[in-house]
Design a protein around this ligand. Structure first.
Ligand code: ATP
Length: 313
């Protein structure tokens, strides 16, 4: 189906050697998965928006200097789960697994990440570190910075970070990160770095998400090519992860703080058990802990069972 012109059900059926009823059913199914399709009697079907499908060859060729090996799947439960399984049976450093449609995307602490068919960028990258897992506690911060750099390259100048693992645009969530680690106590370690970026998030899906969200279409005012987005993310991740492997997080800290949406703002830190602390965000320390100036002094929060939320002053 095209994004530019209508194609009749008959033409699509002939092209695919299926019945017109099957075309009709497939269109209904695609609509149910969040793909917007115009259907006009007498003219046929047209995608509401031109679509850029992922192209492993193009991405590998354009990012050749970086040495990634990319696998693109039509559908997976979770790119992280799939890649973790491959990593445990020896998949190489810099293996990347992307999916057109992720049916069971994961957030932190068992939460879910929703992405429409072809309307988001969902991928995971496997990175092998000569470091212990406890040395990797700031990895999600470094990855977030890589994503902000990538979005900047694509023209979104004001993407920001939210401690510890989100990317926001105008205080709404644009991208999420989920890192899963595997390794021996003394290293080396394997990290599976999952990234979800909203490219075009349909209204129906937005209403299922319990916090303000946005997509790149809104942020940039035009559709972004998902292959270019993936290439830029891989390029910038290469930069921050190579830096992390060699020098740790310290050298990235001031840039991270400069891009933190909550820097200097009143916020609330909420623990999973419900306890919460209110104060002004003072920054992060070298270990990536968030520093909050509260009425009773400065508190330091290490990532884990904690969520940062804004409060109106
Ligand atoms: P925290 O601040 O604790 O990290 P979070 O809400 O960002 O909180 P994550 O585990 O990072 O939690 O991400 C999962 C959450 O992200 C879901 O519970 C939902 O609120 C939100 N979410 C799910 N899908 C999307 C999406 N496509 N775009 C933006 N937000 C989403």
């Amino acid at each position: 189906m095209s994004g530019e012109e209508f194609r009749s059900g008959e033409a699509i059926a002939n092209r695919l050697s299926i019945s017109r009823a099957s075309v009709h059913n497939a269109v209904r199914q695609a609509q149910g998965l969040g793909v917007e399709v115009y259907s006009v009697r007498g003219r046929g079907y047209r995608l509401a928006h031109p679509h850029s499908w992922l192209d492993a060859e193009q991405v590998e060729a354009e990012a050749k200097d970086l040495g990634y090996r990319l696998h693109v799947h039509d559908q997976v439960d979770s790119t992280n789960s799939r890649l973790m399984a491959l990593g445990q049976v020896g998949a190489a450093h810099k293996t990347v697994l992307a999916a057109e449609w992720q049916t069971g995307g994961k957030g932190r602490r068992g939460r879910t990440w929703l992405s429409p068919l072809g309307g988001g960028l969902a991928f995971s990258a496997l990175w092998r570190f000569n470091r212990t897992a406890s040395d990797l506690s700031c990895l999600s911060l470094a990855v977030g910075l890589g994503l902000v750099r990538a979005l900047r390259q694509l023209g979104l100048a004001d993407a920001q970070l939210k401690w510890p693992n989100d990317v926001l645009h105008q205080d709404r969530k644009l991208a999420g990160i989920l890192i899963e680690l595997h390794g021996e106590a003394l290293g080396p370690s394997m990290a599976v770095i999952g990234v979800g970026v909203n490219v075009r998030l349909p209204e129906a899906l937005r209403s299922e998400i319990d916090q303000p969200v946005t997509d790149l279409l809104e942020g940039l005012g035009e559709a972004v090519d998902r292959n270019h987005l993936l290439i830029e993310c891989l390029r910038q991740l290469d930069g921050v992860l190579s830096h992390y492997e060699e020098e740790g997080f310290a050298g990235l800290r001031s840039e991270w703080e400069a891009n933190h949406a909550f820097h200097g703002r009143e916020a609330r830190m909420i623990a999973a058990q419900g306890e919460s602390w209110r104060g002004r965000v003072a920054g992060i320390d070298e270990a990536g802990a968030l520093l909050l100036d509260t009425e009773t002094g400065q508190r330091r929060f290490y990532s884990g069972e904690l969520s940062l939320r804004g409060v109106s002053a």
